[in-house]
Design a protein around this ligand. Structure first.
Ligand code: CS2
Ligand code: MG
Length: 404
């Protein structure tokens, strides 16, 4: 079998998605997600101008060899653009291989290790009453766990809250320049424990509660928050401090027993080496789409398993249904599964990307369709062209730019 066509489809059914479609001489097709929120066109060019021509004529069954050739052959390694492009090729090849076998992908990854995949949803509120209503809405949808993000008194626009739709998913800012949000760490550190206090008082001690600090704290501030939240037993505190400096988590780890989740912005195993081998975290967060695909992410989970660390694949609405489908196959198969983030997508997105995975009673299942189980409606995709969109940027009151 040989690859005869490699096509990049960019569509925006409510937000931008980049999809790679590979076609073989036997008529089999494979899809891969290459969406990098806010920098989509960089990956489009990487794929279109530098990778697609190299794929024509290759044997699609040689997934490992193709992955190694794209990673090592580029010379310039790692980084979100490179690894999103490689991920799209990897997932499309797994899609083809599984279709050729007539099996759902998870069966090629060792088969099911569980009956279904547990998830968490996003609850957001500009204030605590609004957040409590959002938690109720997620519980009514069956989510067994909920991430809670709240507005901060004195701040106008805060991550995960300033622009969210009725499902709690952040609304895309289709604009020529990034929206500027404001930040005050001291106000945040004072407020978050009161948020947990209110949610625990309303929903009790057992509901798994997650929170995302979104890279905004120093290590000692993260240690402070981890300790302050211990009475509320969080399921995890996510991205508590920028973790490119992996050693920064040592201070946090020795200061608190609050479980830590890190890694949605990480794209190779080297970003985790110290975090995993020193057991500085409890969950690895990379998505199939940003980590180079199923092939390397499975290896990361096996590496993490040696240190009793679990998976928690990144799953907001800017991971396309193609990337989500690949994630759910991996979730069903790996032994050290932790939890799957799931925001869902707009109805139009689900029409563009018809998927076999299902979400019911707070759990996902990849379905039994051969491959990853996603069909792309290219005509409908073409009817919703790319629209420039940026992630917000964050500034302190004095105007200093801060992590968003
Ligand atoms: C967030 C993401 O889901 C999360 O944990 O960190 O929503 C993140 O803000 C977006 O994926 C950025 O594109
Ligand atoms: Mg996050």
């Amino acid at each position: 079998m040989k690859i005869v066509d490699a096509k990049v489809v960019v569509t925006s059914p409510g937000r931008n998605f980049v999809t790679l479609k590979l076609t073989t001489d036997e008529g089999l097709t494979g899809l891969g997600d290459a969406t990098l929120n806010g920098r989509e066109l960089a990956v489009v060019s990487y794929l279109t101008d530098h990778v697609a021509p190299l794929l024509i004529g290759l044997d699609p069954h040689r997934i490992e060899d193709t992955w190694q050739s794209l990673y090592r052959g580029a010379y310039w390694r790692r980084g979100p653009v490179t690894m999103a492009a490689i991920a799209a090729v990897d997932v499309a090849l797994w899609d083809i291989k599984a279709k050729a076998a007539g099996l759902p992908l998870y069966q090629l990854l060792g088969g099911a290790s569980r009956e279904r995949v547990g998830t968490y949803g996003h609850a957001n509120g500009r204030d605590i009453p609004e957040l409590l209503d959002s938690v109720r809405a997620r519980l009514a949808e069956g989510y067994p766990a909920v991430r809670i993000q709240s507005g901060i008194p004195g701040l106008k626009a805060v991550y995960g809250v300033s622009d969210t739709d009725e499902t709690g998913a952040p609304v895309l800012h289709q604009q020529a320049r990034p929206l500027v949000e404001d930040w005050d760490t001291a106000a945040y550190l004072r407020h978050v424990p009161t948020v947990f206090e209110a949610v625990r008082a309303e929903f009790g001690a057992e509901l798994p509660l997650l929170h995302d600090s979104h890279h905004r704290l120093t290590p000692v501030q993260a240690a402070r928050l981890g300790k302050d939240l211990e009475p509320y037993r969080p399921f995890w505190l996510e991205d508590c401090t920028p973790a490119e400096n992996q050693e920064a988590l040592r201070l946090v780890r020795r200061s608190t027993t609050t479980p830590l989740a890190v890694g949605e912005v990480f794209n190779t195993v080297y970003d985790y080496q110290t975090l995993v081998t020193e057991q500085l975290i409890d969950y690895v967060r990379s998505a199939v789409t940003h980590f180079g695909g199923v092939t390397p992410l499975r290896k990361l989970f096996d590496f993490a398993a040696q240190y009793q660390i679990k998976s928690a694949i990144h799953g907001p609405e800017d991971i396309s249904p193609v990337g989500m489908a690949a994630a759910v196959h991996l979730d069903l198969a790996v032994h050290n599964f932790g939890i799957q983030e799931y925001s869902g997508h707009t109805p139009l997105t689900d029409e563009v990307f018809r998927h076999a995975y299902t979400f019911s009673d707070g759990h996902l299942h990849p379905g039994e369709a051969p491959g990853i189980g996603v069909e792309l409606d290219e005509e409908l995709a073409a009817a919703h062209p790319y629209a420039a969109a940026y992630l917000p940027v964050n500034r302190l009151h004095d105007g200093t730019v801060h992590d968003w």
